[in-house]
Design a protein around this ligand. Sequence first.
Ligand code: PLP
Length: 398
Amino acid sequence: MSYFHPPYASWGWPEYQAALIACVQFRVHSGPDISELERQLSQLLGGSQVFAVNSGRTALRIGLEVMGKLRPQCKEVIVPSYICPAVVNAVKSAGLKPVPAEIGTDLNLQLNSARQLIGSNTLGIIVAHMYGCPADIVEFEKLTREAGIFLVDDAAQAVGEFANGQMLGTFGDFGILSFAQSKCMVTGESGAGGALVCQNQEMLMTLINQLQALKPAQSRGRAFAAFVWNYLFTSHTRLATYYWQRICRPSHREIKQEGIANLDAKIALCQLKSLKRRREERIRILDSYAKYLQSVGYAICMPQYELGRYLARAMVLLPHGVDLDRCRRDLQLKSIETRGGYPVFSDENFVSSSAKEVAGRLLELPASSTMSNMDVALVCDRLMEVLQGNNAFMAPRL
Ligand SMILES: *Cc1c(COP(=O)(O)O)cnc(C)c1O
């Protein structure tokens, strides 16, 4: 039986070849590919200043620290209540206070909710483009300019996408990109790459000093091997993965603040080259899911879907009352690996009703570039079987 899993990375021979060359030439840690990557990313992003680092969170934390120094009296950063926990942690480790705000039906930060939270302690807003779906970043740029606060354009999941004809990651004061697993460009697991995109001239000098002090990431050869084994060969290595992970993974998953390694930059260059093709493949699969799910006649929706829109992940919103964990277990028994959504981020003053509404019902379906339309239909059929077995209340579409 075929085994389907969420897309971790879409790699071909060029990525493996690049890794091999980096090893043979002893250019795993440092080498010329780092500055070449920065140059090509800058070109993609319309000439912005780009600094490659080892992860999105390193970029975010350093950017936030520099922002914080410019307005030391302001400590609050508004973030979406539905967000990758790494963002919340980066805000905290920069010595700042994350303040959650509501999300809209597209799972992105809601403009009005963020506006209401702006106060005299607000340093800035982090806007993320959830699963690649562009947020209302143009409006956020206006809002933050008027309020005199910073804007961070978190394009970790949306490299190469744009809003209003402008590349995501280039709005506001600074942006971040990530090359971790399941993003648009993948060089390995979290810690294998990311970038900071700077627009704010006031931040630039301090940023350059901080970034130049970073050492290139260490142990990248081993991390590369672990990634290939645990993620890319997962259909073959599932049983053996557990033991490998115990041997190969550091016990704590804290990511150090480091520069990008040359090995990862070299792989990133291959991923940049295939970005457009992989984008088109993803759109085909998303369209196929949307068509098929609509034809089944049940109320399962893809909240961010729009015909022809790229999304980094194929997320579906299951009907109310579904036991998500059970559903995922049942799908696993049918050789379909899935993922849930992020946990809701709330604080003592605010629990987001919008994020709570959806977080427990979001399910990520497999969407590897090798999947045919028949495979998509198969995954959907199995999902229906599982939901029916789950006694879920499957309201027919009106
Ligand atoms: C993945 C992600 C990050 C962090 O990127 P890493 O490279 O894993 O550190 C930040 N923001 C968002 C929205 C992300 O999805």
